[in-house]
Design a protein around this ligand. Structure first.
Ligand SMILES: Cc1ncc(COP(=O)(O)O)c(C=O)c1O
Length: 438
């Protein structure tokens, strides 16, 4: 970066998501390049990226196969107008993605980000019910602590307290239940607690009148709140509740998708097939913005008819299905499939998880949870996590740190040696955080 760039002044004219920029500008992290598991900042310092950017670089940064696919696409086509055409590569991407989605989730629309994919799913279910004989179904039930994106619909479905309250009032018809972690101290077992938390969805649906409820949306593993990982039974019960009341089940797999949890999607990990999915982040391994909505193929039929029927889906975004992004998505999926990387995620995850469990000896870890390489560590108290963010950075380690927990999600093509390097960095940073908080 040229020495003449006024970093501090510029930082106060923009913002890093959810950050207080006065504070950030005092010691900014300005990244210059990345390769595999590492970032380098403008000062030349190296960082171990334990969170794949932010749950994005599923194959690590700048994976050669993805970069090569992008070069090829760059020479052919980088934009196709979504208002009157579709590119060949977007169709190929749709075919590729539908070959890995669970069940018959073969109705696919690519987008440029997770919020767009969620927003699309919410609009899709509303229009679907309107033209499928249940026009009064519009409400959506989701969870406190859930995060589905920053746009108004996705935010209304999110349950993230102060991230939302600044923008009230929110859209009508979005209802919430707490996640199982909220209740766990009131139950003698995690299984019983999950059963109760799942049945809470039914209580809300029944009391609202099922004929007004369109969908349930949830992340199979919730990042916000500390990698909230329910039981398989929790999802089975929610699936049954949705079936019983004719309510659609949407999985937000923006974080959990693409091999991380030990299966291509967390739907497979938990053994439940939703009616719709939103996917994003890892889908292009952090190269070009890409996301998608996938819905049951038969639902798509409700949108087919004559022009005068006006049943086509009334939705779109200019960069949706961008050919350049679709080329990256195809390469990522092929790379995961070719090496069965979900199996590696499982192997890496169980090694790292066992090592994270040993952190309990330091007396500040309450629980380790997650699936595959998507792992979270809940801390006792709320001081350590804030200190850990600082000590980790000083040790050249980037993770997702919250006051009460931290999360990691390393690339699924990493090695066991990478996991050991990561663990050593985590332990060193945690010990230093304990020392600094006294
Ligand atoms: C589970 C989940 N859904 C949706 C989103 C929104 O995705 P994006 O930030 O790409 O719009 C996020 C972003 O963090 C997420 O974690």
């Amino acid at each position: 970066m040229p020495a003449t760039v006024p970093v501090e002044a510029l930082l106060k004219r923009t913002f890093v998501d959810f950050h207080q920029m006065e504070e950030f500008a005092k010691d900014p992290l300005v990244i210059e390049r990345a390769e595999g598991l590492y970032y380098w900042d403008v000062e030349g310092r190296r960082y171990f990226d334990a969170i794949g950017g932010i749950f994005v670089a599923v194959l690590g940064h700048r994976h050669p196969r993805v970069i090569e696919a992008l070069h090829r696409q760059l020479d052919r086509l980088t934009f196709a107008p979504p208002l009157h055409a579709i590119s060949d590569v977007a169709l190929e991407f749709i075919d590729k993605l539908s070959s890995i989605t669970p069940g018959r989730l073969n109705y696919i629309k690519p987008f440029s980000g997770g919020s767009e994919a969620v927003e699309c799913a919410l609009k899709f279910v509303r229009q679907y019910w309107k033209q499928s004989g249940h026009p009064a179904k519009y409400k959506v039930v989701s969870r406190y602590f859930g995060y589905h994106g920053g746009t108004f619909g996705a935010m209304a479905a999110s349950g993230t307290g102060s991230r939302k309250s600044k923008f009230e009032p929110h859209m009508a018809g979005f209802l919430k239940v707490p996640p199982p972690t909220w209740y766990r101290d009131r139950f003698s077992s995690w299984e019983e607690c999950n059963r109760f938390a799942a049945l809470a969805f039914e209580d809300v649906i029944v009391n609202e009148d099922p004929e007004t409820v369109a969908a349930v949306i949830l992340e199979p593993i919730g990042n916000t709140g500390g990698i909230i990982t329910p039981t398989e039974e929790y999802f089975r019960l929610i699936r049954e509740i949705c079936n019983r009341h004719n309510v659609l089940l949407i999985f937000d797999e923006v974080i959990t998708g693409f091999g991380r949890t030990g299966n291509m999607f967390a739907a497979g990990t938990f053994g439940v097939t939703p009616d719709l999915m939103a996917v994003g982040k890892g889908i292009s391994s952090g190269t070009v913005p890409l996301a998608a909505m996938a819905a049951r193929e038969d639902m798509g039929e409700a949108f087919l008819g004559r022009p005068e029927d006006q049943v086509q889906f009334m939705h779109g975004h200019t960069y949706a299905g961008n050919p350049f992004a679709c080329a990256a998505g195809i390469a990522v999926i092929e790379e995961i499939q070719r090496h069965r990387l979900w199996e590696n995620a499982e192997r890496l995850g169980s090694h790292l998880r066992a090592r994270l469990e040993t952190l309990k000896r330091h007396g500040v870890v309450r629980e380790v949870r997650g699936k595959g390489v998507l792992l979270g560590v809940e801390l006792t108290g709320t001081k350590i996590g804030t200190a850990l963010k600082r000590t980790a950075r000083a040790n050249g380690l980037i993770m997702r740190c919250d006051p009460g927990w931290f999360a990691v999600c390393p690339a699924i093509n990493s090695t066991i040696a990478d996991m050991d390097e990561l663990f050593d960095l985590i332990e060193r940073s945690l010990v230093q955080a304990i020392e600094t908080t006294g």
